[in-house]
Each structure stands twice: as structure tokens, then as C-alpha cells.
Design a protein around this ligand. Sequence first.
Ligand code: HEC
Ligand code: HEC
Length: 234
Amino acid sequence: MLRNLPVYAALAILSVSCGGNPGDREQTVGSDAETAAAASADELVEGAAERGKALYATCIACHGANGEGNIALDSPGIAGQSESYLVRQLWDFKLGNRGAKEGDMPGAQMRPMAMTLADGVAIANVSAYIASLPPTTPPATVEGDAANGKKQYVSKCGACHGGDAWGNEALFTPRLTMVGDEYLLRQVGNFRSGLRGAFADARYGRQMAMMAKTVSDEELKDIAAFLNELAATQ
Ligand code: HEC
Ligand code: HEC
């Protein structure tokens, strides 16, 4: 990321974080330099999202101008998704950890798109842009018992994905309310069958793969119905 910074901003950050001898450090920290570094960190995030917007033009055909997704194209809603989660998924697609297995047609459509993102900077920028979009409400297409879904969700999913299903950065989990119900069912199925989360160093995917085996298809539809209700209130 430092490579993206204007030189003055990088110097401001380095002077705060590395500071010379301890005496210098005390003088620097808490001074104007710290304020400048904080301001430039904000600008950096905004700058990344701005640069990512141009890259997102390639994604609109399937994910929509607002990142709302498109059921007919199997494309999930991605607006407002956690940035670190987006970065990890785009790398997984690019590296073939996701979307490269036989039988994963939707993944195979997404994979070449991730490959158009040249490097980590491009991935970070487009992810910052997508994360900055307001989350959308997906159309409800799956029928289920939302009351039972709530019970299932609270006991089996909420600890990691959050009571409001907004995901939890500290646990590396994605937000689930805007992805869309068909996509949600497909992904849990993919974790269960090993199409997703089963590659050699799939630290996070493996956690989810274990959880995917604790719900039946019926329970999963109920959970999807509950998440649709939740999404409509958010
Ligand atoms: C040709 C249609 C298409 C285009 C264009 C496309 N995608 Fe996708 N994308 C998909 C599909 C289909 C999936 C679902 C894959 C699956 O089911 O595993 C997906 C999944 C994703 C995911 C995973 C979401 C999640 O919740 O895990 C991300 C992130 C993503 N796309 C980002 C992008 C970005 C960024 C671009 C532009 C550079 C892009 N996509 C362009 C079709 C597309
Ligand atoms: C132990 C923590 C944990 C629990 C409990 C858990 N998950 Fe997950 N889940 C994860 C992690 C971590 C990921 C991200 C995996 C990755 O990076 O590929 C994930 C990913 C997902 C995804 C993919 C979302 C997307 O945008 O592609 C879905 C869907 C999902 N979880 C649904 C559920 C459901 C439904 C439950 C309850 C039955 C559940 N999870 C319980 C940790 C958990």
C-alpha cells in the first residue's frame, strides 16, 4: 500500500511509526505529523475506492451498477461486503482456489474476471470501491420457515457471521444479507461438496466447510428465508 502513497504522506506516516531516537519520537507523536498521517490514511482509503471505481466498470454487466447482483446470471450481491473478505475471494479466484473445479459453472464465469485484475493493488482498489457501496436488498426467491431459520441461524451461524448477519472482520466472515438466497444455498452446498474451501491452505474456508455439514437443505432454506426478512429491515 505504501507504494500508492504520495511521498509526503509516506514520510509523515514513517516519521510517526519509526521516529528516529525515542526523544524525537515523543516530539513527533501527538504533533501535526500525526494529524497529517491520520488524514492521509483517510485520503488513501478514499483514493483506493476512487481508482477502484474505474476497474468496477468490467463488473457491472453481471453484478450491476450498484453491486446488487443478478440472479439470472448467478451473480451475488456484493455491495458493502467486507473489504478484506472481497480481497481474499478475488485472490482465491485469481489463484484458482475458487472457480477452477469441474462442476463449478458460476465460479468458472467469475474466475476470468478476477484474472483481469492485474495485481494486488488493483484487487485492493476494486474491493475498496465495492465495500464503499451501500448494501442492497436482494429479491426473495426461496421459500422457508423464517421462524425456524432464525433459531437455526442463531445457534449455528450467528457466532461467526454476527447477529445481524453483517459479518465480522475479526473472524474473517462475510456479510450474508445482500448476497441473495439462491447464491447462499449454492455456496453452502459448495462448501459441503468441497467445490469451495477445500484447497491446501484454506484456513477460513475450512471453518465454513465444517459448519456447512451441520445444516440440512431444509434448514438452510429456512435460514435463507430468515436472512431475507432480516435484509428487508436493514
Ligand atoms: C460474467 C459475469 C461476471 C462478471 C463480469 C464479474 N463477475 Fe463476479 N461473480 C460472477 C458469478 C457468477 C459469481 C458467483 C460465483 C460462485 O457462485 O462461486 C461471482 C462472484 C464474485 C465474488 C464473490 C462474492 C462472494 O460473496 O464471495 C466477487 C468478490 C466478485 N464476483 C467480484 C467481481 C469483480 C470485482 C468483478 C469485476 C472485475 C466481477 N466480479 C465481474 C460473475 C461475474
Ligand atoms: C466458525 C465460524 C463460522 C460459522 C459458525 C459459520 N460460518 Fe459461514 N463462513 C465462515 C467463514 C470464515 C467464511 C469465509 C470463507 C472464505 O473465506 O472462503 C464463511 C462463508 C460463508 C458463506 C459464503 C458467503 C459468500 O458471500 O460467498 C456463506 C453463504 C456462509 N458462510 C453461510 C453460513 C451459514 C448459513 C452458517 C450457519 C449454518 C455459517 N455460515 C456458519 C465462518 C463461519
